[in-house]
Design a protein around this ligand. Structure first.
Ligand SMILES: [Zn+2]
Length: 221
């Protein structure tokens, strides 16, 4: 008989962790009902139907080798990774170096400074319901420390028309008891000594685009 026997390999990459430190943010009264159709409504003229789907699932996001970054957020720290061969650093973190010469070298953890620079940004004039009253929102891609990549987050404390490329930012964390180990535990703000540059044609153009949003938000209850 030709051919090799196929043997099942039970390769185990890591032991199952023993989770001893738990915290739940789940609102009171939410039940694990999974996906369920919980009702429907039909319009008066009988032409339109809405189906009500209750969507309540518990997801577990295992951060694996990236866990230190998310644990760091709980502590008000930004951890990045660094390639021991070429020295490149990353936030968001990479577990292995992306430079071809480094042959997927495993990276090391390095604590990053709580300072960043604007790489690029956008001004959101619309959002999900939970953020409508905070519009307009400035979303930046910012480079933390010497990172080779940028991370997205909100920029507070600035009029949207005053944002500039490469402007210096600081990272501001929520109070410790409000942190959940997620990227919204922090946001960006301009550094303390920052002053907006004088108005110019482009800033005026953005200001005119953004001003109706402030007016509209005031009408929200
Ligand atoms: Zn490298």
């Amino acid at each position: 008989m030709v051919g090799a026997a196929i043997t099942k390999k039970n390769r185990k990459f890591a032991e199952y962790p023993n989770f001893t430190e738990k915290k739940t943010y789940r609102p009171e009264g939410v039940k694990e009902t999974g996906l369920a159709f919980i009702g429907h409504e039909i319009s008066e003229d009988g032409k339109t139907m809405n189906q009500l789907l209750h969507y309540d699932q518990l997801y577990t996001i295992r951060h694996g080798w990236n866990s230190k970054f998310f644990k760091g957020l709980l502590e008000g720290k930004i951890w990045g990774t660094k390639c021991p061969k070429c020295g490149d650093k990353w936030v968001p973190v990479r577990t292995h170096c992306w430079n071809l010469d480094c042959n997927l070298e495993k990276t090391e953890w390095v604590e990053m400074p709580l300072t960043a620079k604007v790489h690029t940004w956008t001004i959101a004039g619309w959002s999900g319901r939970s953020s409508l009253k905070r519009l307009p929102i400035v979303l930046v891609y910012a480079v933390i420390g010497e990172s080779k990549v940028a991370i997205a987050n909100e920029l507070y404390g600035i009029d949207p028309w005053d944002v500039e490329f490469d402007m210096n930012l600081k990272i501001v964390f929520k109070p410790r008891e409000e942190r959940s180990g997620i990227v919204t535990d922090f946001h960006f703000e301009p550094t303390n000594n920052w002053k907006p540059s004088p108005m110019n044609e482009e800033k005026e153009r953005i200001k005119q685009l953004v001003e109706p949003i402030y007016g509209w938000v005031k009408t929200l209850k």
